[in-house]
Design a protein around this ligand. Structure first.
Ligand code: SF4
Length: 351
């Protein structure tokens, strides 16, 4: 009789291979793995560490300072996703600025911000454009729409980033990357295949329980073979070529630039900036924002958390001074942040 194949869960629970560190690059993976209780299945030699895939978390303090400057000094209306409002800047958060009278609006998409600008022609509206390849196309579309609508009161404060350079910067911090499936849906898989040739192993993972268990099981099976590997574990969404339409749109409006990441410093070529043809929609240029060097709270170890150098619970203020109600750093604010995941699901205890 043919032997029954093991389930992904059985492979994970029964893993007896060498110690392995797997980095969940994506903050949503971190939260879903916690929420689904997958961590409780892992044998002691399998360590999951968080990575830099939370857009709000990797956005540096100086970006918050720039937004506060625009809101208070230039009296623009800031449109932003909700998470960014409570991220501490060097001296103030956007919530603090709002308490001082600044106009801060929470929106659910850049299209909402563009629409608001169109409906309020007397206000100058700036959308805080953060995130990776997944969110950048929507910001680009809003700029194109603003151009078509002839708006002169809409612009983006851009801090969009691209993942490939971050993977290079994180080389050596984990044995296997759990790649964010939604990013690969845009970029395709060529880069990850190339990284495997350079010795960096990884599996593209989806977001359901089945997809996450499968990706982890594949990572453990392949890791034991002792050779670098790449597996697309999310083939129903991720194609090798990615999304040529989204890539073309980004390329039409934006070009690469050096970019500062919280904790990782400046990574050459890892950011995006609006091309010269679109600079009328670039808030930094439009309002001549001066260079601002942000200073994070010295007690905060977000930088180390984002590089997998420590767990949130290793931070001295975790769960004491720093809580979701009173966040000290971005990783405790964001719905995708590792510190908020540990706080919500780990109950303050390292798992
Ligand atoms: S627990 Fe708070 S202070 Fe510590 S690293 Fe996380 S966000 Fe920063």
């Amino acid at each position: 009789m043919e032997e029954r194949k093991k389930t992904a869960r059985e492979i994970i629970e029964g893993y007896q291979g060498p110690p392995v560190r797997i980095m969940e690059v994506c903050g949503t993976h971190t939260h879903e793995i916690f929420r689904l209780g997958i961590r409780r299945l892992l044998p002691s030699q399998v360590e999951l560490i968080s990575g830099p895939g939370c857009p709000v978390c990797v956005t540096p303090v100086g970006f918050i300072d720039e937004a506060v400057y625009l809101a208070l000094e230039k009296q623009v209306t800031i449109c932003t996703f909700g998470d960014l409002v409570r991220v501490p800047g060097t001296k103030k958060s956007l919530a603090d600025a709002r308490a001082e009278g600044a106009r801060i609006r929470i929106v659910y998409s850049p299209a909402d911000a563009e629409k608001y600008a169109k409906e309020h022609p007397k206000e100058q509206v700036v959308f805080l454009s953060v995130g990776f390849e997944t969110t950048t196309p929507a910001g680009c579309l809003s700029v194109k729409k603003a151009g078509e609508d002839g708006l002169s009161n809409y612009s983006l404060l851009v801090a969009n980033k691209t993942m490939p350079q971050a993977y290079q910067a994180l080389k050596g911090s984990a044995d296997v990357f759990l790649y964010p499936g939604h990013v690969n849906a845009i970029t395709g898989t060529a880069l990850c295949e190339h990284l495997a040739e350079e010795g960096i192993s990884g599996v593209v993972a989806g977001f359901t329980a089945k997809e996450l268990l499968t990706a982890l099981a594949v990572a453990l099976v392949r890791f034991q073979e002792g050779k670098p590997f790449f597996v697309n574990g999310y083939p129903r969404v991720v194609k090798s070529e990615g999304s040529p339409e989204a890539q073309k749109l980004i390329d039409e409006l934006m070009e690469p630039c050096d970019s500062e990441w919280r904790g990782l410093g400046v990574i050459p070529g890892s950011g995006l900036v609006l091309r010269k043809e679109w600079e009328a929609f670039d808030a930094r240029k439009k309002y001549a924002v001066p260079p601002i060097q942000g200073r994070p709270n010295p007690a905060c170890r977000c930088g180390d958390v984002l590089q997998g150098k420590c767990r949130p619970s290793d931070c001295k203020v975790f769960g004491k001074v720093c809580t979701p109600q009173h966040p000290v750093g971005a990783c405790m604010v964001s719905n995708e942040g590792a510190c908020s995941a540990y706080f919500m699901y780990g109950n303050g205890c390292p798992l």
